[in-house]
Write a protein that binds this ligand. Structure first.
Ligand code: VGL
Ligand code: ZN
Length: 257
């Protein structure tokens, strides 16, 4: 409930907060779709989802995403690209270059692809080790050729710092640096953020959770996503739902009125 002042009225500042945060959002919704990392490497390249534990086929997101773009009038559409330099910290073949923290149970010489290790640094950080993927300007980093790219598409590049991975399209995994996305959403007065793409339990999930944290009404479109690991997908879904995000099917997404 509201705190009332001595005159029994709603505090002016509290009213302003509610007006900006909720009433405007209902009266004038503005939607953005984030299409996360629909890149060759995750579909038929080096980080092919069909080789991960959930054995999913990344190609299957293209048809529902294209259909969504044809039928729903989003106010803005962003495409993120995982865009790594060759010496990126997440590549298993670069592990010999890195110092492992003493609390990590895995040593560099024993590390296997998909293991999680703890890297040393100012703040030790957990890092999953991936096959070399989405190297800047390579074929694997290109958006899949059949993905519809709308007019006025806005591309956002992430994971460009060799020293820190970046799952979310908002911030790197250490939350040190943001991309331009948050500012662009603000400039477009976006209230509702829809998220889809690859991979559900990695970059899609991290982006959705950051969108919720910033305060956007956040909707993950499940049939437009494929993931790495079934248990992680379930955990991602539960985290989103527990934080008042939504998980829906694309036929439940209706054009904003
Ligand atoms: C991703 C693993 C490593 C993703 C990016 O886009 O979900 N997954 N880098
Ligand atoms: Zn990556």
């Amino acid at each position: 409930g509201f705190d009332l002042n001595q005159d029994g009225l709603i505090d002016r500042e509290e009213f302003a907060f509610c007006w900006n945060r909720w009433i405007k959002v209902i009266v004038r919704p503005n939607s953005a779709l984030l299409v996360i990392d629909v890149q060759n490497d995750f579909i038929s390249g080096t980080l092919n989802l069909s080789q991960c534990s959930a054995k999913q086929n990344g190609l299957q997101v293209i048809e529902p995403i294209n259909k969504l773009l044809d039928t729903v009038n989003f106010n803005a559409v962003f495409y993120s690209l995982d865009w790594h330099p060759s010496n990126h910290v997440s590549f298993i073949d670069n592990i010999k270059l890195r110092k492992i923290h003493h609390t990590s149970t895995i040593q560099p010489e024993d590390a296997q692809t998909y293991d999680t290790v703890v890297f040393d640094g100012d703040t030790p950080i957990r890092q999953r080790l991936w096959p070399r993927h989405c190297v800047q300007d390579s074929w694997g980093a290109e958006l899949h050729k059949d993905l519809k790219v709308v007019d006025n598409a806005i591309k956002v590049y992430k994971g460009t710092d060799p020293e820190v991975d970046s799952y979310s399209v908002f911030w790197d995994n250490k939350k040190l640096k943001g991309t331009s996305l948050a500012k662009q959403l603000e400039a477009k007065k976006v209230t509702d953020v829809y998220v889809c793409g690859l991979a559900y339990d990695v970059c899609v999930g991290a982006s959705a959770i950051d969108a919720i944290t910033i305060g956007y009404r956040t909707i993950l479109i499940e049939d437009c996503c494929r993931g790495v690991d079934m248990d992680d997908m379930e955990r991602t879904r539960n985290t989103i739902l527990e934080n008042y995000g939504s998980c829906v099917q694309s036929d439940e997404v209706s054009p904003p009125c």
